[in-house]
Design a protein around this ligand. Structure first.
Ligand SMILES: NC(=O)c1ccc[n+]([C@@H]2O[C@H](COP(=O)([O-])OP(=O)(O)OC[C@H]3O[C@@H](n4cnc5c(N)ncnc54)[C@H](O)[C@@H]3O)[C@@H](O)[C@H]2O)c1
Length: 269
């Protein structure tokens, strides 16, 4: 028996980085997962990695969380493939860094659309399968069959404020307000909603910025970030996956509306 035996999860942005570590960890704990990503090739690689852990435990769904019709289809994929939806992890995200006075409307909007509006779309699309199912169970039997879970993502960079990330900081702190509010709306249906703030985790998003790349962090800033981490190392996707597992499992059935930093003790002034 794993911590997520019999549970079905949708994880967005699961083709790479933290999302991929989450789906692999979930499958190892008994879950069946829908691997969403914008990009088909990494989504398929993540599915294959899950397949190697437990055959038949993962399917892909390729599309953008910015598209509300698509997120309806994404949640329906969980129902079609596995018959239920118990856990929603809104992990998809991206950066388009630029100082405020030079930031374009496109850079602002893209980051808000993916990191914040994408979470809203996923939550609304998941409502019939999480909220409404739990509501019916309460009406019919007086109790829910399981405590369902939503995990959203924000960032220590957003808590602290981070020069060059006006758009990202705004979007990520928006996810905190969203999670606190949804936690209250859905508590009567025994659905836990919590938010995770990774610190500096080594992924494509935080790799050393190559010339012409839209994402990444200049070397000097990467080194400065390491100096602020008391643990003395960058985080790994698995460090975050373990915390998301806790917040998605029965171990946290009485934890809702909370934020948890996964940052090696990173000081936030
Ligand atoms: N890496 C860090 O240090 C760090 C720190 C704080 C917060 N985060 C957050 O953690 C989450 C995961 O980040 P990561 O570091 O693994 O990044 P990553 O770039 O390695 O992976 C993000 C994945 O999301 C996918 N994605 C992007 N836009 C999408 C869309 N519109 N629809 C569906 N999928 C989409 C990408 O294709 C990619 O595979 C993000 O929400 C990010 O903001 C990361």
């Amino acid at each position: 028996m794993g911590l997520l035996t019999d549970r079905v999860a949708v994880v967005t942005g699961a083709g790479r980085g933290i999302g991929r570590a989450i789906v692999e960890r979930f499958v190892a704990e008994g879950a069946r997962v829908v691997v969403n990503d914008l990009d088909a090739a990494p989504a398929e690689e993540a599915r294959a990695a899950c397949e190697a852990i437990r055959p038949g435990a993962a399917v892909t769904s390729v599309g953008s969380v910015t598209d509300a019709a698509y997120t309806d289809a994404l949640m329906a994929r969980a129902i079609d493939a596995f018959g239920a939806l118990d856990v929603l992890v809104c992990n998809a995200g991206l950066t388009r860094d630029r100082v405020a006075h030079r930031m374009s409307d496109d850079e602002w909007q893209r980051v808000i659309d993916v990191n914040l509006t994408g979470t809203f779309h996923c939550v609304r699309s998941a409502a019939p399968h999480l909220r409404d199912v739990a509501k019916r169970e309460l009406e019919e039997r007086g109790e829910v069959s399981r405590v369902r879970k939503v995990v959203t993502f924000f960032s220590t960079a957003a808590i602290r404020g981070n020069p060059g990330q006006l758009n990202y900081a705004a979007a990520k702190m928006g996810n905190v307000g969203l999670a606190r509010t949804l936690a209250q709306e859905w508590a009567p249906f025994r659905i836990c909603v919590n938010a995770v703030a990774p610190g500096f985790i080594e992924t494509r998003m935080t790799a050393e910025k190559a010339p012409g790349e839209a994402m990444g962090i200049p070397r000097a800033l990467r080194e400065a970030a390491l100096d602020r981490i008391p643990f003395g190392r960058y985080g790994r996707p698995e460090d975050v996956a373990g915390v998301v597992l806790f917040l998605s499992s029965p171990l946290s059935d009485y934890v809702t509306g909370q934020e948890l930093n996964v940052s090696g003790g990173l000081q936030i002034p």
